[in-house]
Design a protein around this ligand. Structure first.
Ligand SMILES: [Zn+2]
Ligand SMILES: [Zn+2]
Length: 285
């Protein structure tokens, strides 16, 4: 049996892009050698292959919510796996709006897709992608994992989910984007690994000031949308998890706010095992 692990493909919170920064949020959870994708932020396709996987291995994609830093590359990912040669069927599990995301993408690429079908005799992309719009509870189950979801609270956006992957003997939880949300404690109870989004309070004023012209409400948005390092540590502590790993780092300005500062803030609350994720870092569980 191969080692089970999570690979964080992109670890930056938010849609901003600048030279040298991480990719937006996407991850792989690998169980018995089989990868499951969680979120499709910008960079997911390239990072997935950089992590050593083949696009043809993808048959399950999970989307936590419909902010662009989690779904912007969904279309390019499925199109690229289609043109690269893929498995027969790809199941996509995401909140209300996921079917619309697929339909809109297919429409936007209509000319390309139709000519490939005619010219290269490819199967229709639409025929291999199957969307299941989810609610809270059991999402899917196969021979390797059982996946369930918890509806979390994330600013003004409705239908945001945390996911729990349970193998024969392990439990891994992805918080998705959420405020500090106590039901996540019970959902994460005794997890081997909790991948939690994180915000550094000291950094919020700095980025709010920097982006005030284009996003005058940024601070208010962040405060009702995300979880501080201290509160994420509180969830891990109260849930008795074995390992807390941060993704979706906000702000992501490494020279001013290094990963070590996120861990330091969390350690004030909990002295457990804490890792601040970075792109392509591998976390065994
Ligand atoms: Zn986000
Ligand atoms: Zn979000």
């Amino acid at each position: 049996m191969s080692k089970n692990k999570v690979v964080l493909l992109g670890t930056k919170g938010g849609p901003r892009m600048e030279k040298g920064l991480s990719w937006s949020t996407s991850s792989v959870i690998e169980v018995d050698g089989h990868p499951y994708i969680v979120d499709c932020g910008l960079g997911v396709t390239r990072q997935f292959v950089e992590a050593g996987y083949s696009l043809s291995q993808i048959d399950n994609i999970f989307i936590t919510h419909h902010h662009s830093d989690h779904n912007l590359e969904f279309g390019p990912l499925i199109h690229t796996l289609w043109t690269s040669g893929t498995s027969d069927k790809v199941k996509v599990y995401g909140p209300k709006g996921t079917q619309n995301l697929l339909d809109g993408f297919l429409k936007s690429l209509e000319i390309d897709i139709n000519v490939r079908i005619e010219d290269e005799k490819q199967r229709d992309l639409a025929s291999i992608i199957h969307v299941a719009e989810i609610s809270e509870g059991l999402v899917m189950e196969d021979e390797r994992v059982k996946v369930s979801s918890l509806k979390v609270v994330h600013g003004l956006l409705e239908n945001c989910f945390a996911f729990k992957f349970e193998t024969e003997d392990k439990k891994v939880v992805f918080s998705g984007d959420t405020i500090y949300y106590p039901p996540l404690i019970e959902f994460s109870r005794d997890a081997d690994l909790l991948i939690h989004e994180v915000m550094l309070e000291r950094g919020i004023d700095v980025i709010a000031k920097r982006l005030s012209k284009v996003k005058p409400n940024l601070k208010e948005h962040l405060m009702i949308s995300h979880t501080t390092a201290e509160d994420a540590a509180r969830v891990a502590k109260d849930a008795n998890v074995k390992h807390l790993a941060f993704n979706h780092l906000v702000p992501h300005i490494p020279k001013d706010f290094p990963n070590s500062e996120f861990v330091k803030a969390a350690k004030k609350v909990w002295d457990g095992k804490i890792t601040a994720g970075y792109d392509l870092c591998e976390i065994d569980f």
